[in-house]
Design a protein. Structure first.
Length: 145
């Protein structure tokens, strides 16, 4: 009886180890988001992604880095919990284009004018850099006075 119980424990432990090994490892993906050129757009997208993460990363999104200069977002995610297509759809649902997928039209309409597509008058305006952090912009304005 002790041998059978010991064998069951060993089999359960081996199964648990195998399940951990088979779990997908996090991967990074870079997604082009051409409208992502200013702090306001960055904040809008990050707030939306935080709702997708659900606070604990249970949705499969672990972290991200936004490059406003390049208009891209690098997202680390767990592929057995979420797909790259789902990530693009989430960005589209926030109102932004993602790679070749266009933004959800209702969400896009709710974006501030600066976050709209360049061909529709959005993006950085001449003489008004929007890639500079808000606190630095205030400092620049004070120096001009």
């Amino acid at each position: 009886m002790k041998k059978i119980a010991g064998l069951i424990i060993v089999l359960l432990a081996a199964t648990a180890v195998k399940a951990q090994v088979m779990q997908a490892r996090p991967v990074w993906a870079t997604i082009s988001v051409p409208q992502l050129k200013c702090w306001e757009c960055k904040d809008k997208l990050e707030k939306y992604l935080l709702t997708e993460v659900g606070g604990q990363g249970d949705a499969g999104i672990l972290k991200w880095n936004i490059s406003m200069g390049a208009g891209t977002i690098r997202i680390q995610y767990v592929p057995d919990r979420i797909t790259l297509d789902y990530l693009r759809t989430a960005i589209n649902n926030a109102g932004f284009d993602a790679d070749t997928a266009k933004a959800n039209e209702d969400s896009y309409k709710m974006l501030p004018p600066i976050c709209k597509r360049k061909e529709e008058g959005g993006g950085p305006q001449k003489g008004k850099p929007c890639h500079i952090p808000p606190q630095d912009r205030i400092s620049m304005l004070r120096k001009e006075d």
